[in-house]
Design a protein around this ligand. Structure first.
Ligand SMILES: Cc1ncc(COP(=O)(O)OP(=O)(O)O)c(N)n1
Ligand SMILES: Cc1ncsc1CCOP(=O)(O)O
Ligand SMILES: [Mg+2]
Length: 213
């Protein structure tokens, strides 16, 4: 697998039902410097998800940026995505790996220190610390925020890439990277910004100044 840059993951906003708006924002995130995209749809039917996934794949290919699919291995396989992101209540990691093979990215959500040392987290390509801060974007099954202290503790015991998600914006991105994360994943900081491309650029600058990229 080529080295993946986890610096800035844009997770698409499933509250945007209008395709024009959805894809305009995705393209501005790509233009602004998102390094990886996650397509996350929580309520639509399978054919809508599949069609969005196909268009996302074409757009990500245009910018040479990897695309991962949230939850749905079938969609990832159907469109030849670069990987999936799974949570603790989604398809078990071992099954996902068997179905996707070793060349694809598999990210796993971790909400506690105990989850970070389990074999599936150790085997995943990256973990998503979920959530780092509180957020209104994820409506169901949101664990207690781990905060910077939780991130630091998990960094001590996890050697692979860590991506933080939840309530991240330009005002707190810097301290996340400074405390050991390899990247951030955001929905609303880009999708709800007045100027999504400028917001993406601003986040990217903050991350690159702080990290080693
Ligand atoms: C990078 C990243 N980390 C965590 C999550 C959350 O995944 P999950 O816990 O399965 O919740 P849903 O996103 O499926 O609602 C994520 N999507 N991305
Ligand atoms: C999908 C997800 N998983 C944990 S928090 C979250 C939502 C993040 O959204 P935002 O960046 O708007 O807080
Ligand atoms: Mg999930």
């Amino acid at each position: 697998m080529p080295k993946v840059d986890y610096t800035l993951m844009y997770v698409t906003d499933d509250s945007i039902k209008q395709d024009n708006t959805f894809f305009n924002i995705l393209e501005t995130a790509l233009l602004g410097g998102a390094t990886i995209i996650q397509l996350r749809e929580k309520t639509c039917d399978t054919v809508t998800f599949y069609q969005r996934a196909l268009r996302c794949k074409a757009l990500c290919d245009k910018y040479n940026i990897p695309l991962i699919i949230n939850d749905r291995l079938d969609i990832a396989l159907a469109i030849n995505a670069d990987g999936v992101h799974i949570g603790q209540a989604d398809m078990p990691y071992s099954v996902a790996r068997k179905l996707l093979g070793n060349s694809k990215i598999i990210g796993l959500s971790v909400s506690t220190k105990v989850q970070a040392v389990q074999p599936n987290a150790q085997a995943a390509d990256y973990i998503g610390i979920s959530p780092i801060f509180s957020t209104k974007t994820k409506k169901t099954d949101l664990a207690k925020p781990l905060g910077i202290l939780g991130l630091k503790e998990i960094r001590e015991l996890y050697n692979k890439p860590i991506v933080c998600i939840g309530g991240i914006h330009k005002g707190n991105a810097q301290e996340i990277i400074a405390n050991g994360a390899d990247g951030i994943a955001v929905v609303s900081a880009i999708s709800k910004a007045a100027h999504p491309e400028a917001a993406t650029k601003e986040l990217k600058e903050i991350l690159c100044k702080t990290g080693t990229n």
